[in-house]
Design a protein around this ligand. Structure first.
Ligand SMILES: Nc1ncnc2c1ncn2[C@@H]1O[C@H](COP(=O)(O)OP(=O)(O)O)[C@@H](O)[C@H]1O
Ligand SMILES: [Mg+2]
Length: 1136
């Protein structure tokens, strides 16, 4: 939404002093105060902006405000610096006039801030785009860099610019910024070495020490502590609301944006560090023979570090602080420096170093921001120069600064007061002159080439002989004494003789802005700005690019004996160029006023403001404005601009322009007192009238635009319609053609179909006829073919008959020929056989003859040898064959190869026997004692039973374990075990056969070396014990059963119960063990083993026969024993 406030809407006090009623100094200041109290810091005097420093931040510089003021008429909105900036920018763009913005006021009145607002406004409203934005950014970012190096805290202003700055911003025809050029004026370099009480050195020193990283400080050989440096004043080292560390970062960032290389920044910081180090170098006197003192560096550490930083040879610099070489013509004279001179040289070096660095910085920035194109540029200059300064102690710098302000005031007077009034007279406008103070006389006092103060100073500096500040003052006293703005105690003007406020070594100038007392001390030195050549040569020798660049006069190759121009001269020249430059441009004024001396918001010191209003000539300004006309313009452009407001002048006025304007104004009924006709210009008294004209023009332009729009739209619609119509005709024609084409194609298609049908019918008819004709032709052909066939067959038959006859003849002939041939073959064969037989007989006869011959030799030697050799070969072959067919090492392996040669049969059998014995021996040699015993038992068993009892073969594979009931381990048989004295050889369960019924009862059978025992199986109770000598023989059958009878010796005690008939599956083992045990004891006879199928057993008194028969199939599975009668027990054994 557009905010629209007018200059007259909601106005606090009066926005434009021209409208102030009644006009007096009191009401003027009252109006300023009222507006100031309501934060209205800007007030107009016509097109001049008065700016009061609010000393607090106001919310009137936002982006919205920029938009609000953009492209608006100057008087349309409430006063603002943006309105002025916009006006300047627009007339630059639209009227192609170079502009300058002159910002004046005392130190601390807000000039620098104002210049920044103007620049930021212009940056915000001018063109956009990547390239343009970069230029803008560089232009804006040059500010922080220059402020860091050129601004310092003073008692008046915490961020006081200590140099004058004029910046030309260059634009292209569209109003897009292209670049800029900065000019700097006289940096207050004395500040580097000494600052007045309550003030600081340049910001950069403090920023570097607070903001640099520890690393960087170490590199620069610096200490963070300010108190370590003589050049830094300590009483106000920190400033409220100023964060030096943060500023340092901002400055570094800005340098980067502006385009400083990293090594350039490093060099700059090294120079800053070097200046600080330089301040710490101190000197002491050393007496010389000639009675003079010579200075020596006291503590060389700082000197050393400084030399390291800048790459200077220490001895060179040290010498430069002790000696001074003066060159005149061809002579070189070296004089020593005393301590005071050494200090002077040191400070001069520091000041020069710093100020040259500053100038280099400005040039370097210019290099970055300069416009890249050579096309014609429009320029907007912004001048922010140091304000008028009155300190307690004013020196050369203040003198120069105030001179510059005088000059600016001159421009203001020239352009706003004098020029304007002169113009009225020139144009023949009725005009009553307005008195104002013209400060040209003061400017003349200072800058006059003949007897101006600066000229006097230069003269004094260049004069041979002793020159001091006092001689300079004397000169002034004689030359300027008569001047009404010059005051001095010793001047001829006796009225100051008794003025005690004017000390002897001072002079006073009545500036336009007030009287200022200048102390003459230092004027000559500062104007001379002398740097001993030894020092500049030492600097030039430095191994540091930047330093070398800053002291070109140190180059020994370019020794220039001419004195460099004095500081005053240089300044006067540069101010002169500046003034010339400004005069070519359209000026826009911002006059800054300081409300109080305390830098405080809300305080309005009437007297202070009143003083500024007076010396700025603001009242006169208002008066001239009020008496005069706000706006003037030559008749031609005026008519050109407003001719559309009147029918007679629109669109063309034929007569002279002045008459056109007259017609125009009368037509618009502008009151006659609102304008006046000059000779070449129309003068409009009130801005509002101009505003009225502008508004009318705007409306009219809108109407005209609407008209143009209307006609254009009509034309556009009509051409569009005509185009449509034309197109329609073309479309219709094309469509008709298309439709006809379609119809034609359809008819053509139908005709083709009909035609094709008829042709088809005709063709079929023809086909049919042709087919008939063809069939007739075929029939004829067939018939003739048959006839030809029959004829051919007849012929064939005839020919065949003929051929048969011919064949028979040839067969007979062939047979006869065959017979002839066979006969011939037989004959040939007979002949061949005969020839062969003769050859064979001949060969035999020859062989016989050879053999007969040969035999004679053969019989004598070879026969026996061949025989021996053959036999040997055969035997050898036999052995090798035998080796291959060797049977395995198992003793039971019966295989043996058959003998291949009859005459070796005996050998073959013998070898088989030897081999068997050998492998048996091998086999036996692996046996343990235990196994050997077992095998011996097995051997005994085989001797006893092999081929004698049918049970034997099944026992061969069973191992003879001996103890089957585990007699020693089984607790049941513990008692039984204890009864037996000897080692148990065998323990097993056997069946004891009952003699009465032949049934078996289980008994434990125990055998030891001495006896055998039968015991109850369950209880282990001994039933019978038989000492082995009592056993005479054992009976067993030949069958496959386990029955055996133990026959006891008759008459033995154990035989009382008779013999025992037992049965066991392990019969073979039991009997073998019994037999072997019996055989082992030598004291008795061997136990006899009887094997037969019938034997007698003694049961108590009766003898019973036990008979074994082959069993019937009924009980074929098991052995059964039955008592047949008293004398017979029959054991039936299943047949195998
Ligand atoms: N428009 C403003 N708004 C807020 N503060 C301002 C304004 N103008 C000036 N100041 C304050 O006044 C101080 C001095 O202003 P400055 O422009 O540096 O003075 P000058 O350049 O005239 O010596 C600034 O540092 C700032 O604090
Ligand atoms: Mg400033």
């Amino acid at each position: 939404m557009e905010v629209k406030t007018s200059l007259l809407d909601n106005m606090i006090g009066v926005g434009d002093m021209v409208l102030l009623e009644p006009l007096s100094e009191e009401s003027f200041i009252e109006n300023l105060k009222k507006r100031f109290d309501h934060n209205e810091i800007y007030t107009y005097i016509g097109s001049v902006v008065i700016s009061m420093n609010p000393y607090k931040s106001l919310s009137i510089y936002s982006a919205e405000k920029v938009e609000e003021y953009r492209n608006r008429n100057f008087y349309e909105l409430s006063p603002h610096i943006y309105a002025l900036a916009d006006e300047a920018y627009r007339s630059l763009r639209h009227q192609d006039k170079d502009q300058c913005i002159l910002i004046t006021g005392e130190s601390g009145a807000g000039k620098t801030e104002a210049s920044k607002f103007v620049m930021s406004y212009v940056a915000a409203v001018c063109g956009k785009g990547q390239e343009v934005n970069k230029v803008k950014e560089q232009l804006l970012q040059s500010n922080p860099v220059l402020e860091a190096f050129g601004n310092a805290k003073t008692v008046r202003n915490d961020n006081s610019s200590r140099f004058g700055k004029y910046m030309d911003i260059e634009f292209d025809f569209k109003g897009d910024p292209l670049g800029g050029v900065i000019s700097n004026y006289l940096l207050e370099k004395s500040r580097v070495v000494k600052q007045p009480r309550g003030e600081r050195n340049f910001h950069i020193f403090y920023q570097l020490l607070s903001g640099a990283s520890d690393d960087m400080l170490k590199k620069l050989k610096l200490d963070r502590d300010f108190s370590k440096y003589n050049y830094l004043s300590l009483d106000s080292a920190t400033v409220n609301g100023l964060d030096d560390a943060a500023s340092f970062r901002t400055v570094r960032n800005a340098m980067q944006i502006v385009g400083f290389m990293e090594d350039e920044v490093q060099s700059i910081l090294e120079l800053i560090a070097a200046v600080l180090k330089l301040g710490n170098i101190e000197f002491k006197p050393e007496s010389r023979v000639n009675g003079f003192d010579e200075s020596r560096v006291k503590d060389k550490n700082d000197l050393k570090e400084m030399c390291e930083l800048l790459g200077i040879e220490q001895s060179v610099l040290e010498r430069a602080f002790s000696f001074r070489t003066v060159e005149a013509k061809m002579e070189k004279v070296s004089t020593t420096l005393n301590v005071a001179q050494a200090y002077y040289a040191r400070d001069a070096l520091a000041k020069n170093l710093y100020s040259r660095l500053f100038t280099w910085l400005v040039n370097r920035i210019n290099e970055s921001i300069k416009a890249q194109t050579k096309t014609r540029k429009k320029v907007m200059g912004v001048l922010d120069i140091y304000g008028f300064e009155i300190f307690e102690d004013n020196s050369f710098e203040q003198f120069i600064i105030n001179y510059c302000n005088e000059k600016l005031q001159q421009i203001f007077i020239e352009l706003t007061l004098r020029e304007e009034q002169e113009e009225y007279i020139r144009e023949g406008i009725e005009w009553t002159n307005i008195e104002y103070f013209n400060n040209a006389i003061i400017c003349d006092l200072i800058e006059n080439n003949k007897n101006g103060i600066l000229a006097m100073l230069d003269e004094e500096c260049l004069r041979p002989g002793t020159v001091t500040d006092e001689t300079f003052l004397d000169k002034l006293n004689t030359v300027c004494a008569e001047h009404q703005h010059f005051e001095s105690r010793l001047s001829k003007n006796s009225k100051f003789l008794t003025d005690h406020s004017l000390p002897h070594n001072c002079f006073r100038i009545q500036h336009y802005a007030g009287k200022v007392l200048y102390r003459v001390e230092g004027f000559v030195d500062k104007n001379n700005d002398l740097l001993y050549r030894d020092l500049s040569q030492a600097m030039y020798k430095a191994n540091h690019n930047l330093i070398k660049l800053l002291f070109p006069e140190g180059n020994p190759a370019k020794v220039n004996l001419k004195r460099p121009p004095t500081a005053g001269f240089q300044f006067r020249a540069s101010v002169g160029t500046l003034m010339k430059n400004l005069l070519t441009k359209n000026p826009n004024y911002i006059r800054c006023i300081k409300p109080n001396d305390k830098k405080a918001a809300h305080i309005f010191t009437d007297s202070l403001v009143c003083h500024q209003v007076r010396y700025l000539g603001l009242m006169e300004n208002v008066r001239v404005r009020r008496a005069g006309y706000a706006f003037r313009q030559a008749y031609e452009p005026c008519l050109e601009r407003y001719k559309m407001l009147c029918k007679q002048t629109w669109p063309h006025w034929k007569g002279p322009a002045r008459e056109g304007v007259e017609v125009l104004l009368s037509d618009l009924q502008v009151p006659a007192e609102e304008f006046a006709y000059g000779r070449s210009k129309i003068f409009i008294r009130n801005p509002r009238t101009l505003f009225f004209l502008e508004e009318k023009r705007r409306q009219c332009l809108e109407d005209l635009a609407a008209l143009i729009q209307k006609i254009y739209r009509g034309w556009k619609c009509r051409t569009h319609f005509l185009l449509l119509k034309k197109s329609q005709v073309v479309v219709a024609a094309w469509y008709r053609r298309f439709a006809q084409q379609k119809k034609y194609q359809k008819i053509r298609c139908s005709a083709l179909v009909v035609q094709s049908f008829i042709r088809g019918w005709k063709a079929r008819k023809l086909l049919r006829e042709l087919k008939h004709k063809k069939r007739c032709e075929e029939a004829v052909t067939t018939i003739s073919a048959y006839w030809h066939g029959t004829q051919a067959r007849w012929e064939l038959r005839r020919l065949k008959k003929e051929a048969w006859n011919k064949h028979a003849v040839s067969v007979i002939w062939a047979a006869w020929l065959g017979t002839k041939a066979r006969r011939e073959l037989k004959r040939l064969k007979e002949e061949a056989r005969r020839k062969h037989a003769i050859a064979v007989i001949w060969a035999y006869w020859l062989g016989l003859k050879v053999r007969r011959e040969y035999r004679k030799f053969f019989r004598a030697n070879a026969g026996k040898k061949i025989y021996d050799f053959t036999i040997q070969r055969i035997i050898q072959k036999y052995y090798l064959g035998l080796k291959k067919t060797m049977p395995s090492m198992s003793p039971i392996d019966k295989s043996w190869s058959t003998c291949p040669y009859g005459f070796l049969d005996g050998t073959h059998q013998e070898l088989r026997r030897i081999f068997h014995l050998w492998r048996c021996k091998k086999y036996r040699s692996q046996f343990t004692e235990e196994k050997k015993a077992t095998y011996e038992e097995k051997l005994a068993a085989s001797e006893l039973f092999k081929d004698k009892k049918a049970l034997y073969p099944s026992s061969v594979s069973q191992p003879f374990k001996g103890d089957y009931v585990e007699i020693t381990k089984n607790p049941k048989y513990q008692k039984l075990n204890s009864l037996v004295e000897d080692k148990v050889l065998l323990a097993d369960v056997v069946s004891k056969i009952n003699r009465a019924n032949g049934k078996g009862t289980p008994r434990i059978f125990l055998l030891t070396k001495k006896c055998l025992v039968l015991a109850d199986q369950k209880t282990g109770q001994v039933k019978a014990s038989v000492p082995l000598p009592d056993l005479s023989s054992v009976f067993v059958s030949t069958q496959n059963d386990g029955f055996f009878a133990l026959k006891l010796r008759e008459g033995a005690t154990s035989a009382a119960k008779g013999d025992y008939l037992l049965s066991s599956d392990r019969l073979i083992e039991i009997i073998t063990k019994l037999y072997c045990t019996g055989a082992a004891s030598a004291e008795r006879n061997q136990i006899k083993i009887d094997i037969s199928d019938e034997f007698l057993v003694q049961f108590k008194q009766d003898k019973v026969c036990v008979k074994f028969i082959q069993g019937t199939p009924k009980n074929s599975n098991s052995v059964s024993c039955k008592r047949k009668n008293n004398r017979l027990l029959e054991v039936s054994v299943p047949s195998p």
